[in-house]
Design a protein around this ligand. Structure first.
Ligand code: C5P
Length: 210
């Protein structure tokens, strides 16, 4: 099925390692629409803050090179990203780019924490992807090990919990399901099953709005 109606936004929100990134990539591929991993924007700002740059200045002057820099996936940068993400001036500097991407012709999938609540509440599809903290920590632990990082499962679980708390409890754009979002708990689903379910949700919505 093609998402001929334009714009068509698929908002995918959820906590770290819930599977939202993989699901979003697969949705973009399946429906042939553009994909933006908005976590990368915050990671790029977090990385520049670790290098001594003021986070608001970093957000206001973010470049494509910053988004392609090495080291954006490390646990240190993830923690730094969730700190800068609580600063309202950082978030507002990144809004216009994300909104324009969301409403681009041809359709888009964006994944993050506030896509359905703040960036694009008018999104045609809103998904909230989640999983237990233990399952998410296990997944992230395996990814980091495969990437050559020196981590322990306990350390990753503590990181996941700390980031969940910071993301959910912050005043600006806290992580929570958007109104009307479809909840997708991936704790006991294989990635193929989770992707298949997400495709069904999008197809049903696309038929409704056609
Ligand atoms: O999704 P990812 O783990 O790459 O995101 C890194 C951090 O960026 C998150 O912990 C969160 O604090 C922040 N973030 C956000 N809003 C988004 C995407 C990410 O606050 N839309």
């Amino acid at each position: 099925m093609s998402l001929a109606q334009s714009p068509f936004t698929i908002a995918v929100d959820g906590p770290a390692a819930s599977g939202k990134g993989t699901i979003s990539k697969e949705l973009a591929r399946h429906f042939d629409v553009a994909h933006l991993d908005t976590g990368l924007l915050y990671r790029a700002v977090g990385r520049r803050m670790l290098a001594g740059v003021d986070p608001v200045d970093a957000a206001q002057s973010l470049t494509v090179d910053d988004l392609q820099a090495d080291g954006l996936r490390t646990p240190e940068v993830a923690q730094s990203a969730s700190r800068v993400a609580a600063i309202s001036e950082v978030r507002s500097a990144l809004v216009d780019f994300q909104r324009a991407f969301a409403r681009r012709a041809g359709g888009a999938v964006l994944d993050g924490r506030d896509i359905g609540t703040v960036i694009c509440p008018e999104a045609e599809v809103k998904l909230f992807v989640t999983a237990s903290a233990e399952v998410r920590a296990e997944r992230r632990f395996r990814e980091l090990l495969a990437g050559g990082h020196d981590v322990t499962l306990e350390g990753v679980l503590a990181d996941v919990r700390e980031r969940d708390a910071r993301d959910s409890e912050r005043v600006v754009a806290p992580l929570k399901p958007a109104e009307g979002a479809v909840l997708l708990d991936t704790s006991t689903l294989s990635i193929d099953a989770a992707v298949a379910r997400a495709i069904e949700v999008v197809e049903a919505r696309a038929r409704d709005v056609a």
